[in-house]
Design a binder for this molecule. Structure first.
Ligand SMILES: Cc1cc2nc3c(=O)[nH]c(=O)nc-3n(C[C@H](O)[C@H](O)[C@H](O)COP(=O)(O)OP(=O)(O)OC[C@H]3O[C@@H](n4cnc5c(N)ncnc54)[C@H](O)[C@@H]3O)c2cc1C
Ligand SMILES: Cc1ncc(C[n+]2csc(CCOP(=O)(O)OP(=O)(O)O)c2C)c(N)n1
Ligand SMILES: [Mg+2]
Length: 320
């Protein structure tokens, strides 16, 4: 398939560390491609991916120099190809009886028109935010990618709300991650910050549970979490608390949270425990061996989730 990195003919990395989450098995990564890597840090070059043309320098200067040497390309055909790939291989999930976190995140995205600042914890919910919150403004996802620090979401949302008092700030969090720094609700309440905390309560360290199911014969060692009443916890700190169990109540709950302006709101979404995040590359495997591809999920009854082609017009206007 021409779409997969294994069969690309040219790969240009502009300020990239080529993390293992990106490369999968490094030896197989974009194997047939000539590789150009621009990075200000020489230690990033040839670290995991050996490249044909290393360029060390600040990206702005390097690109200015490069622009002098190359002719402008007509990229219309390539952009159309990318659009076609998006259409052909959309994200997908199968409806289940219980509430799905992907659906909740899509609803938050719609209500906020993709213009909120969104902080996250670490785990499945973090990846679903990247997939299903349709960001319309740059520099709006605040997430711990490299270090992957659970507990990052709430303090990050507090910082974001202090930094941008007029912005709508959400922390879309996991029940495990949230509990690492939940006491910071006191700080948020004391300063009357109107942050919204949406906890995807799957009563598990979901990402760990997913790996245990896929690679460790379902041995759920230490990944199941005690039930916690997050609404009571929120109220104990002087925050508003809302629990949602049914799909039909999701939208109203999000809208209610958006109407609270004088204190934090914690929304506890009781989501499906056994939902997996797809697609994924198993440890030590390559892009060609991706699990949970669109084709595979569609066979199991997955419903395509097409993205809006263009940012919401109203959202664009509100950005000025
Ligand atoms: C559960 C989980 C799942 C994840 N899944 C994915 C995934 O599917 N896909 C994904 O991409 N990531 C994923 N990540 C994040 C991943 O771990 C890395 O954090 C991310 O890939 C790093 O992206 P990066 O290399 O662009 O940024 P960084 O790691 O921040 O690297 C930036 C690079 O740019 C260079 N640089 C900075 N400024 C300049 C400049 N002015 N000029 C030139 N060079 C510059 C730096 O030297 C550095 O080498 C996931 C993380 C978690 C926790
Ligand atoms: C401080 C810390 N401890 C452990 C981990 C390893 N880890 C990564 S994701 C995860 C589970 C996260 O659970 P939760 O926050 O409930 O998110 P979910 O995957 O269920 O959405 C764990 C334990 C980590 N990233 N950070
Ligand atoms: Mg969880």
């Amino acid at each position: 398939m021409p779409e997969r990195p294994a069969s690309q003919d040219l790969l240009i990395g502009i300020g990239a560390r080529f993390d293992d989450r990106v490369t999968g098995k490094p030896d197989e990564f974009a194997k047939r491609a000539k590789k150009i890597h621009i990075d200000v840090d020489p230690s990033s070059i040839n670290k995991t991916v050996v490249v044909d043309y290393p360029i060390v320098g600040d990206v702005k200067r390097v690109l200015q120099e490069l622009n002098r040497l190359v002719k402008p390309l007509d990229t219309r055909e390539w952009l159309a190809t990318i659009e076609e790939m998006r259409r052909k291989y959309p994200l997908t999930y199968r409806e289940k009886k219980k509430l799905l976190p992907q659906f909740v995140i899509q609803q938050i995205s719609e209500v906020t028109k993709g213009t909120a600042v969104v902080a996250t914890g670490v785990g499945q919910h973090q990846m679903w935010v990247a997939q299903f919150y349709q960001f319309n403004t740059p520099r709006s996802i605040i997430t711990s990618g490299g270090l992957g620090t659970m507990g990052f979401g709430l303090p990050a949302a507090i910082g974001a709300q202090f930094g941008r008092p007029d912005a709508v700030v959400w922390d879309i969090d996991g029940d495990g991650s949230f509990q690492m720094t939940a006491q910071e609700l006191a700080t948020a309440a004391r300063h009357h910050l109107p942050i919204k905390v949406a906890i995807m309560n799957n009563q598990h360290h979901g990402m760990v549970r997913q790996w245990q199911d896929l690679f460790y014969e379902g041995r759920h060692a230490q990944s199941r979490l005690n039930p916690v009443d997050f609404v009571k916890l929120a109220e104990a700190y002087g925050c508003a608390g809302i629990r949602v169990e049914q799909k039909a109540d999701v939208r109203r709950a999000i809208e209610r949270a958006m109407s609270v302006h004088d204190r934090p709101t914690v929304l506890e979404f009781m989501v499906e425990e056994a939902e997996n995040c797809w697609p994924m590359i198993a440890p030590g495997k390559s892009h060609d061996q991706m699990l949970g591809t669109y084709e595979a999920l569609k066979q199991e009854g997955g419903i395509p989730q097409h993205r809006h082609a263009e940012p919401d017009e109203e959202a664009k206007l509100s950005l000025g």
